[in-house]
Design a protein around this ligand. Structure first.
Ligand SMILES: [Zn+2]
Length: 124
């Protein structure tokens, strides 16, 4: 299957206006994470939902991809799972994530790269 230029760029965590990065986990960290996940599924579904298998859990699209977000209003900074935004970016519904800041509740929570670009332009 041929990849488009867009897909090649995205596979390297490069998006048009911002970058993401991938974390790595050792076996112990993966085991802890998976156990927490299984417990969470059991608690939230009352034991009625079957959790993903270990392999399926870690093979989820974009599982390791993270994005640094920052608030243009209060400057609060947080690292998030990029998978919550990825499908919107890929389907071109949005050019970059913008969200509600968990600290000040204003809709000014953007990728840190966007934050830096905007802040530099304002200061200059
Ligand atoms: Zn804020």
């Amino acid at each position: 299957m041929e990849s488009t230029i867009g897909e090649i760029l995205m596979s390297n965590n490069n998006y048009r206006f911002f970058k993401t990065y991938s974390i790595s986990l050792n076996d112990k960290e993966k085991e802890n994470l998976y156990n927490e996940y299984v417990l969470r599924v059991a608690l939230s579904s009352g034991g009625f939902e079957t959790p993903l298998s270990y392999d399926d859990y870690f093979n989820q699209d974009g599982f390791y991809e993270r994005i640094n977000m920052r608030c243009l209003h209060c400057r609060y900074r947080q690292t998030l799972h990029f998978s919550i935004y990825k499908h919107l970016i890929r389907s071109n519904e949005i050019t970059f994530p913008s969200d509600i800041c968990p600290k000040c509740n204003k809709e000014h929570f953007v990728p840190e790269d966007i934050y830096n670009t905007l802040m530099n332009n304002i200061i200059k």
